[in-house]
Structure formats: structure tokens, C-alpha cells
Design a protein around this ligand. Sequence first.
Ligand code: ZN
Length: 72
Amino acid sequence: MDEIDLAQEAEARFTRQALARHKAQAQAETPLVEGGARVCRDCHEVIPWARLRIDPRIVRCVDCQEAYERRR
Ligand SMILES: [Zn+2]
């Protein structure tokens, strides 16, 4: 196995891991939309646009996200 093979193998492994991570997260953390607005998955409060702009993957309000992270 030469250097190019090693690089390709490393890249393939990285891609597989990234895809698996993305898939797992997408299943667990589907954004909740009510009335055209993104709302918190836990308390259904509308998530402020400013918060979504910081991280579009956010699916909870600040309070629920903190509670969720403490539970993990
Ligand atoms: Zn909430």
C-alpha cells in the first residue's frame, strides 16, 4: 500500500464517519416547524431567528437545549 492508497483510505473512512454522524443526528434532531416557524422540540416556543442564524441545526430554545445537554 503506497501513500496515495493510505490517503484515499483515510479520506473514505472520514467520509463514512461524517455521514454516519450526520445521519444519526438528522434522525434524532429533526427541526420542528409549526405555522411556518421553527419551534423548540421540547416546549414548542418559537426559536428566535437570531439563534438559528448562529447555528441552523438548533432544534431547541436556549432553556431546553441546556436541559437536554445536562440530561445526556
Ligand atoms: Zn424550549
